[in-house]
Design a binder for this molecule. Structure first.
Ligand code: CMP
Length: 221
């Protein structure tokens, strides 16, 4: 699977090695791969489908950290520092993940010269993304955050058709979209409806079509 190798920054040979150590696991829709607070004994690579990462806040309100799709890894943090899972991973669609046990992960890290730089790059990227999220929460208004989310989902899950329309089958409910933005459902819906009213997007059931990505991007800046 060359796209997987590219996603992980691995060449073919190293990838074959890594993949041999994984076990295939199927996760039915709505099932949890792991839960916040439990000890972590494996990391996972998403091969098919999508999952959401939820964190329950002190107030009991769930917040979604990220939506994961093919090529994404999840669960490495507990393996690295030995602490509990920092979030719950739930399948939004039937998903297939590749599971790597702690022992194999430790061995891979010790034996593969490419492993540590790869992992550091991955963690650095996530830290950058988290900093962007924090900055958005502090400085950007909800419509801007919604526009940025739509662009991010388009990047991650969008498929462009012959007319240049980018179709995003995000599989998220309105409530989950709001949890990703970090705002109330009504506020997020209002922003989406206003983008739709301007002809930039078209809203479907658990999907969004981006009709004018350029205007949306200009708004998001
Ligand atoms: P772990 O803490 O073992 O379990 C939850 C996982 O969610 C964590 O490892 C990371 O792999 C992943 N994770 C945590 N925070 C983020 C984030 N902001 N974006 C993407 N993935 C994350």
């Amino acid at each position: 699977n060359p796209s997987l190798g590219a996603a992980l920054g691995l060449d073919e040979e190293v990838l074959a090695d890594v993949l041999a150590a994984f076990e295939v696991r199927e996760v039915p829709r709505q099932a949890r791969l792991f839960e916040q607070g439990e000890p972590g004994r494996s990391l996972y690579l998403v091969r098919e489908g999508s999952l959401k990462l939820t964190r329950t806040t002190a107030s009991g309100r769930p917040s979604i950290l990220a939506v994961l799709g093919p090529g994404d890894t999840v669960g490495e943090m507990s393996l690295l520092d030995g602490s509990a899972r920092t979030a719950t991973a739930t399948a939004l669609t039937p998903a297939v993940v590749l599971e790597l046990s702690q022992a194999r992960f430790d061995r891979w890290l010790a034996d593969q010269p490419a492993a540590a730089p790869l992992l550091l790059r991955h963690l650095g990227r996530r830290l950058r993304a988290s900093n962007d999220v924090i900055a958005d929460l502090v400085f950007a208004d909800v419509p801007t955050r919604v526009a940025r989310l739509v662009l991010k989902l388009a990047d991650q899950f969008g498929l462009e058709d012959e007319r240049g329309v980018v179709m995003i089958e995000h599989q998220l409910t309105q409530e989950e979209l709001a949890q990703l933005v970090g705002s109330a459902r009504e506020t997020v819906n209002k922003a989406l409806a206003s983008f739709a009213g301007r002809g930039w997007i078209e809203l479907g059931r658990r999907s969004i079509a981006v009709l004018d990505g350029e205007r949306l991007a200009r708004f998001a800046r």
